[in-house]
Design a protein around this ligand. Structure first.
Ligand code: SDX
Length: 391
């Protein structure tokens, strides 16, 4: 890099690529997007501004922000034929299964006219994905509850529009709740990018073959779905419901330490952070604010707070350097926004979309070669074929 960050040679040899987008110091719990701390972006910025920063490398001027916002708004509708894809799914299909399908299907509408070596084509793909992902996510939710799809509204902000498409209906006027919209926007922002996590690495690897961006983002959605990754936010709510009461927290912490017990504290631990995930701190603050402003007394927040306290004082978690991660509190906020648990990882995918696209675009700008991870072979040495009658 520009000499601000130095890496020990051992780390450099394990790095899969170079990138200018996001910096993480797992030991210190530092997360920077193009050099800006996540805490400042969460406090001072908004999701579309953070998207611009990730995609173009700088915070937008007033004019740039207005132009970017208008461009995104102009592409929020999807081709009406897209709605037929939903009809093939069962109503009780997991929303992430539907999102993998319908986002990949966007390839069928844009692939032929796309030259990914052309920066302008890559930019319009980024704008289209930023614009259409919330529309497809809301359509996914509406399909699973048997309500009509809501068309996007260009008089609303990005997050207001998403909540409108999720919870509005044609029979009554929708009232924007600025508290909910701001909380939604902050959740999107906190998920916007996170360096070479599993789903972003999936998008980069798929993109390195020259695959179109819509198919690459669909691959990222599939990777994110796993409970060890983005699926953890859904698993945290299930875990908190399973704990059920503050009095059972100690028992569950003991189970999480028992190697013979498959129970793990979902929302705890991280491949990189061996300190507090800075996003978890902001998420906890937003959870307290939103539930306070909405006057919600959610027992799950009390269980989560006690779980965090007990775990952070426990020698096992201290020794293993296990701290709450981004997924630990997000579900409590999403529940307060009225979003069903099954949609939690879809929300993560919406937030991560700018990060996936920024990395996909950076790889093409750097003319990266096709990704081809190598392995250590531990199978049998060469041997001759044995005919069937001799086996
Ligand atoms: C995300 O990579 C990213 O950046 C991801 C992400 C992003 O923004 O893209 O940050 C989003 O995916 C966050 C992580 C969400 N997943 C969960 O919350 C699921 C629960 N966490 C674990 O499954 C686990 O911590 C992982 C998968 C996140 C990390 O896996 P590791 O690297 O195997 O775990 P670790 O290095 O943190 O574990 C060290 C030790 C291990 O024990 P030993 O083998 O050393 O004896 O701690 C144990 C683990 O078994 N451990 C846990 C635990 N997590 C790890 N024990 C109990 N409860 C847990 N949650």
């Amino acid at each position: 890099g520009e000499g601000y960050f130095t890496y020990d040679p051992g780390f450099v040899s394990t790095a899969s690529c170079e990138s200018k987008i996001t910096y993480i110091d797992g030991g210190k719990g530092v997360l920077l997007h193009r050099g800006y701390p996540i805490e400042q972006l969460a406090e001072e910025s908004d999701f579309l501004e953070a998207c611009f920063l990730l995609l173009y490398g700088e915070l937008p001027t007033k004019e740039e922000k207005e132009k970017f916002t208008t461009n995104v708004r102009r592409h929020t509708m999807v081709n009406d034929q897209m709605s037929t894809f939903f009809k093939g799914f069962r109503r009780d299909a997991h929303p992430m299964a539907i999102m993998c399908g319908v986002v990949g299907a966007l390839s069928a509408f844009y692939h032929d006219s796309l030259d990914i070596s052309d920066e302008n084509h890559r930019e319009i793909s980024a704008i289209r994905l930023m614009a259409k992902m919330p529309t497809l996510a809301a359509m996914t939710y509406k399909y699973t509850i048997g309500q009509p799809f809501m068309y996007p509204r260009n008089d609303l902000t990005y997050s207001e529009n998403f909540l409108y498409m999720m919870f509005g209906n044609p029979c009554e006027e929708y009232k924007v709740n600025p508290i909910l919209a701001k909380a939604m926007d902050t959740i999107f922002l906190l998920h916007a990018d996170h360096e070479q996590n599993a789903s972003t690495s999936t998008v980069r690897l798929a993109g390195s073959t020259g695959a179109n961006p819509f198919a690459c983002i669909s691959a990222g959605i599939a990777a994110l779905w796993g409970p060890s990754h983005g699926g953890a936010n859904e698993a945290v709510l299930e875990m908190l419901n399973e704990i059920g009461d503050e009095s059972r927290v100690d028992e569950c912490v003991a189970r999480a330490k028992d190697k013979n017990d498959p129970f793990r504290l979902m929302g705890f631990g991280h491949r990189v952070y061996k300190n507090f995930d800075p996003r978890a701190r902001v998420m906890k603050k937003v959870a307290d604010e939103v539930l306070g402003e909405l006057g919600i007394d959610d027992p799950l927040l009390k269980i989560a707070t006690r779980l965090e306290k007990i775990a952070l004082e426990d020698d096992y978690f201290i020794e293993k350097k296990l701290y709450p991660n981004v997924d630990f509190y997000s579900g409590i906020i999403l529940k307060a926004l009225g979003i069903p648990t099954s949609m939690f990882t879809v929300i993560f995918a919406l937030g991560r979309t700018p990060g996936w696209i920024a990395h996909w675009n950076e790889m093409h700008k750097d003319n990266s070669r096709i990704g081809r991870p190598r392995q250590l072979y531990t199978g049998p040495a060469q041997r001759d074929f044995v005919p069937l009658d001799k086996r």
